[in-house]
Structure formats: structure tokens, C-alpha cells
Design a protein around this ligand. Sequence first.
Ligand code: G3P
Length: 217
Amino acid sequence: MKFFADTAIVDDLKALDELGLLDGVTTNPTLIAKSGRDFKEVIAEICSLTEGPVSAEVAALDFSGMVAEGECLATLGSNVVVKLPLTLDGLKACRYFSGKAVKTNVTLCFSANQALLAAKAGATYISPFVGRLDDINTDGMELIREIRVIYDNYEFGTEILAASIRSANHVKEAALAGADIATIPPAVIKGLANHVLTAKGLEQFTKDWQATGQSIL
Ligand code: G3P
């Protein structure tokens, strides 16, 4: 499963890249606002620090506005992916860009039928929001499982990009469900390495090694 970082904070992206854990980046208007930076400037910088796909979301709600904004965003880097909302206008724009060989990420997906529409529109990626479904006492991971079955039934090329990932358990469950990608907050990615028994075992190894009085070098 590919790991995309769900952030527009460049320092966090550089740290993940150094760990070899940066397969791509997703942003959205909220994450851009959190960065405090100019949208087009930060997207261009992110595109320069990774070869992976970088999702940049349109703000327009109408088809023509989405097309104009998406075409502008696509000029910021060869790895830009135009992010479009799962609305009829967004799906129409998705079909437009898929005909232009511009990669698309259809976002704010909350149902299998929505994901089916995105695949039929030629979306490169679909972003089902797991955490936000959990927030309303719905099993967000069940949506990933449903989309996986539907996409495999009809051999759709759209990649499942599990989004709104909030925890290490979400990462594990998304992988078990067969998501192609998970877009994950950097802190959650780094936290995947943590386990209390690993820390405890290393502490004991270190103590016992020090007691030998030896050194390797
Ligand atoms: O990529 C979508 C993600 O940023 C949404 O996450 O936690 O706001 O539901 P969240």
C-alpha cells in the first residue's frame, strides 16, 4: 500500500521523504489554510520535493470554474493531480480531465455509489473519507471494502485512496481492505513504528549490552 502524506507542511514532507515514506501528497483547502502559505506557491514547492502525485483541490463549485482552476493547477508541476469534489459538476470535470490525460482525485466520497460514479468518470484516484464516516457512527472501513469489491468486479483502473485516516488502526484496516493508497497525517505515519514492547525490549538490550563493558567499534 502506498503512503501519501496528508499535509501541506513542507518540513513534515521532507522528514517523511528522508524516511522513504513519501509516495505522494494530498492537500485540500483546509490543509492549505493550516499551512498559512500561498496555495500555488506551496503546491509548486511540494511538487519539486517529491516525484510522487501531489493532489491540489479546486475551489470552484461549477464545471467551468473547476476546469479553469484545474488547468491552472496542472501547470504547477508535472505530478499535480487535480482534486475535484464528488458532485455532478465535479464528475463532469473529472471526465473532461480524464480525456486530457490530466490525473484526477475525486474527493469527499462517502458511499459506494459515489465511488462507482467516479470510476465511470475516469477518476485516477477516489478518496473515501473513513474517519468522517466513523465520526457519525458509520463503519468507514466498510466503505473501502465495498469499493474494493465493486472496482475489482468491473476491473476499474481507479485507485482507492483511503482518506480521513486518523490512527494506526485505520492504516492497518485500510491495508487489510485492499486500499491502493492511504493518505495519512505525518504524525500517524511516524507513529506506526511505535510499540511499547519494542521500546521495552530495546531498553533491556541496551542495559544488558552496557553491562558487558564491550564496544563494537
Ligand atoms: O484528505 C482528506 C483529509 O484531509 C480529511 O481528513 O481528518 O479532516 O476528515 P479529516
